[in-house]
Design a protein around this ligand. Sequence first.
Ligand code: ATP
Ligand code: MG
Length: 420
Amino acid sequence: MTYENLSSKQLQSMLWWSQPDTKNYDAIVCDGSVRSGKTMSMTVGFVLWSMKNFNNQSFAFCGKTIDSLKRNVITPMQKWLEGVVKAKVNLSSNFLDISLCGHTNRYYFFGGKDESSYQLIQGITLAGILLDEVALMPKSFVEQALARCSVTGSKLWFNCNPDSSEHWFFKEWIDENSEKTINKNRLHLHFTMDDNFSLSDEIKQRYERMYSGVFYDRYIRGLWVLAEGLVYGTAFRKEHHIVENYTPTGYEFYYISCDYGTLNPCSMGLWAVEKDKAVRIKEYYYDGRQRGVQKTDEEYYSALEKLADGYQIQHVIVDPSAASFITTIKRHGKFRVRKADNSVIDGIRNTMTLLENDRIFICECCKDIIREFSLYRWDEKSIKDAVIKENDHAMDDMRYFVNTTMKRILKEIHGKGGRE
Ligand SMILES: Nc1ncnc2c1ncn2[C@@H]1O[C@H](COP(=O)(O)OP(=O)(O)OP(=O)(O)O)[C@@H](O)[C@H]1O
Ligand SMILES: [Mg+2]
């Protein structure tokens, strides 16, 4: 690749350590929109800075996990620096030796969420560290990593996409109203997609369509904001996403998603999935507490069979914690069961992406999911992103469906080489 298209923000984040007005900072923090060119410019800058100022020293590249670090930072870096430095990678041992102008340094790889990384980083002495996606790492790992930088002249390089305004990294490193931030000698650069000249307008628009609500504010506008209000407040538009009925095309597959509850409500949705969209065509919803009568697994199984009646079901996707109900479905031998991927925030973000891109519709007969769309809220008292666990049963079965069955369609929206 060539660097003639570097924006001034990218150049600054690459070369700040050599510029008279910024070289005395101990750290650089780059935050902002997805795909805005932060990782690329900082990685190149980190290698140039360390190679120019040190010889026979150790440095660290940290990502959320070692795998994501290799995928997003180490492999692209080798391309970006091809012909500039000599790099000898030892991917299986998780380090890289780089040589330039008679200097050689070693760069270790760590994953903030990998248990083994945590132990390994404890004993090491570093002359500098680059933390990619720092907001996704536990605070304890980041503190441990920073404490390892004891060599004179060492500098810290951070980048991330924004998270909640309650996030510890925002309060300690970004927020200019916080004392902890004020006491830090750091350069802060805020990126937007316009700082990456390699993105076409079409790609930028595709990313803009991928997010809505709080995720739009964070990933597109690059703001640190609390998740508040209705979860699907802007993503779900009744007049648009509710359809009168569903007419089969003959090319659809059917799935049922299920959020199981005995005291809490039990919700099941029947989905027709075509090449690029899914429609919830029928549902079952039973609130044992409100009705004063709890149902047994066998009774729920009968409801499942009734919902499936007349359709060939590919899979029943079930809440992974519903062990007894999964056993009941399997015992009857009629349906294939898939345990759902239950990651809440990822599931919500993915559901928003599908709504934003017109890949999910709801038939108007599905009254309970429509009701929950207008009640399901973020928990504004929570420090981490969290939802209020009320009116979330159809919301959960939809999330299981999206996270498990709609992965292919999500991949297509994200596009080749895109960010997931
Ligand atoms: N100046 C440039 N010339 C060519 N390609 C670039 C340039 N800057 C960035 N890119 C490319 O744009 C894409 C996004 O860049 P990068 O990964 O650095 O962004 P990011 O801000 O770290 O994104 P995210 O927040 O999603 O991690 C990458 O494929 C990268 O190689
Ligand atoms: Mg990045």
